[in-house]
Design a protein around this ligand. Structure first.
Ligand code: B12
Length: 212
């Protein structure tokens, strides 16, 4: 792990939206062979949580959230290829998207990264994905759909997707995102839920009958 000083600098750089500083610390950690998953879990994700707190308190606004997100993504872009590994035969296929109306993608991108790292082939449909695009993915042969939502206003869109595939028992749907709970997943009839990216991998494995 980088020094406490570097970790503090990384935390602050994400909150301040200082992409260059984020990239510098993360690259140094990657070059030094540090525990990048730990860095994400212990420093980078909590920094985004702090950004949300500051937004809730009215201390920062949407533009600041946006630059913080870009700074965070700068770090993720370095970590992703390292954690995702590659070159091996995929153990399953998954498609994923942030639901219609939802532009948040950092959490989704982390889920993509973890799934790829766990050996899945992932088709990332991006953000603001309407049900029709998930239907197209199923038509292309996908049988596991992962949905991400961060807004109270967009979580009902998950039910729309689940309802759409109600008569397709071969299609499994896994949901997650800051506003989603296991209770909500049960309520709408989703087949899996994960509160974070590692839990997303477990949920997908369970859906495919792989030992979770
Ligand atoms: C960054 C951010 C933004 C950025 C997003 C940029 C981007 N490229 O993602 C921008 C500036 C665009 C933005 C916009 C808005 N945002 Co915003 N945003 C955030 C913030 C600060 C961080 C989100 C984040 O990246 N978290 C870090 C990641 C790692 O966590 P995560 O997404 O939860 O993902 C983890 C898990 O949930 C899970 N997971 C995620 N997806 C999935 C999927 C599956 C299948 C599984 C199993 C698991 C899983 O695994 C992930 C990894 O551990 C949050 C605050 C917060 N605490 O969440 C507010 C927050 C989500 N936003 C909020 C709001 C209100 C908005 C706006 C409406 C603001 C406005 N007035 O315009 C708009 C809406 C835009 C839209 N239509 O989507 C509110 C939502 C409140 C609510 N309950 O509805 C929050 C909570 C802020 C707050 N405290 O009020 N936002």
């Amino acid at each position: 792990m980088p020094s406490e000083e570097d970790k503090d600098a990384l935390f602050d750089a994400i909150i301040d939206g200082d992409r260059e500083a984020v990239v510098r610390v993360v690259r140094a950690a990657a070059d030094g062979g540090d525990d990048l998953a730990g860095l994400l879990r212990e420093v980078m994700i909590p920094a985004m949580g702090e950004v949300g707190e500051l937004f809730s308190k009215g201390e920062i606004f949407v533009p600041e959230m946006l630059v913080a997100a870009r700074a965070m993504q700068g770090g993720i872009d370095i970590i992703e290829p390292i954690l995702a590994g590659g070159g091996h035969q995929p153990i399953g296929r998954v498609c994923i998207g942030s639901v219609k109306g939802d532009l948040h993608d950092i959490g989704k991108n982390l889920v993509v990264m973890m799934l790829r790292g766990a050996g899945f082939e992932v088709e990332d449909l991006g953000v603001d994905v309407p049900v029709g695009r998930f239907a197209e993915a199923v038509a292309r042969g996908h049988r596991v759909i992962c949905l991400s939502a961060l807004l109270t206003t967009t979580k009902p869109e998950m039910k729309t997707v689940v309802d759409h595939f109600r008569d397709r028992p071969d299609v499994r749907i896994v949901v997650g995102g800051a506003v989603i709970t296991q209770d909500y997943a049960n309520l709408i009839g989703a087949h899996g839920f994960g509160e974070d990216a590692p839990a997303a991998v477990h949920a997908v494995r369970r859906c495919l009958g792989l030992n979770a």
